[in-house]
Design a binder for this molecule. Structure first.
Ligand code: GDP
Length: 298
């Protein structure tokens, strides 16, 4: 991911090599190149606009620096702006004052929610929490079994539909799972929910019902970074539907153009908390805007 964007940005900085100082014309030419590079990477238009405006502004008001040549100066500015649109300093997961903390996962089918439940479970366990995964995705055949498999791998118990826990009713499963967590003093409940291939009203209502039944401390919207321009529409639909408090970017290991990752914070105003970078449980980390910006500018 980002290979193309990186190449394009690097090429635009190269044009500044050998210049003594940054002229208005240099800034304009470089900003146009950056704009084209971002658009080609599928970054959402409003994000491209605010990004290029900020770079132009900063470049024009940049002090003439003895230490940095014009190319280095622009790279520094672009780096700072990339960190800004990616969300700046990372925020921690919010935990409830009175456990269990409830973390609900939302997103389209195939976004990576069930995989994330396992990753998050493992990560939470390593942090000293006692998580319980709750299988409220009853839409997709095998979703419950898949959660049980990742739960086993992660060493985290799974609450699945059975007579008494709710069968065929994802809201009842979520409710009984939360009660079980209270009874057994699990500290965090991760609720996996159903997604569809596209956003639809019934799916959104189900997510809203699960939200209302469990009153989550965090609703994490899982966004497949591979879906390109559709990411913005999908993110907006979930923001307006069930709502969410944070984003998890999945499939960052793919070779998509990176626009989803660069746009989601700017479009939704919600922070990216975690990044998923593969199918294995350990392919998962806290999201760091500065690290991602360096990867893009490397
Ligand atoms: P769900 O429908 O949202 O629960 O999505 P799943 O968790 O079942 O994931 C859909 C597919 O994407 C599965 O084949 C996962 O193994 C795969 N997947 C999930 N996260 C990642 C990731 O970060 N990178 C890659 N390459 N594949 C992933």
């Amino acid at each position: 991911m980002f290979a193309n964007l990186s190449d394009r940005l690097t090429a635009s900085f190269k044009q500044l090599r050998g210049k003594g100082r940054l002229s208005e014309a240099d800034i304009d030419a470089t900003v146009s190149e950056i704009r084209r590079a971002l658009l080609e990477a599928d970054v959402a238009l409003p994000v491209v606009r605010s990004f290029t405006a900020a770079v132009r502004e900063r470049a024009k008001s940049a002090e003439v620096s003895a230490a940095l040549n014009p190319a280095q100066q622009v790279i520094k500015i672009v780096n700072a702006e990339l960190i800004e649109i990616l969300g700046g300093e990372a925020r921690d997961l919010r935990f409830a004052k009175h456990p269990p903390t409830v973390i609900m996962l939302a997103g389209l089918q195939g976004a990576g929610k069930t995989t994330l439940a396992g990753k998050l479970g493992r990560w939470l366990r390593e942090q000293g929490h006692t998580p319980l995964l709750v299988a409220s995705d009853l839409q997709r055949p095998n979703a419950v079994t898949q959660l049980q498999v990742v739960g086993e791998r992660a060493g985290v118990p799974v609450w699945a539909p059975e007579p008494g826990n709710g069968v065929g009713d994802p809201v009842a499963v979520a409710r009984s799972g939360l009660q079980h967590a209270r009874d057994r003093q699990y500290s965090v409940v991760v609720v996996d929910t159903a997604g569809r291939l596209g956003v639809d009203a019934e799916m959104m209502q189900q997510a809203i019902d699960i939200r209302d039944a469990t009153d989550p401390d965090e609703i994490l919207f899982v966004l497949d970074a591979m879906i390109g321009q559709d990411a913005v529409t999908t993110a907006n639909a979930f923001a307006e539907g069930v709502g969410f408090t944070g984003v998890v970017l999945s499939k960052l290991d793919g070779d998509a153009r990176g626009g989803a990752a660069l746009s989601v914070r700017g479009v939704t105003g919600k922070p990216v908390l975690f990044a998923s970078t593969g199918e294995k449980l350990e392919d998962f980390e806290r999201f760091h805007a500065d690290r991602m910006a360096s990867r893009i500018l490397d």
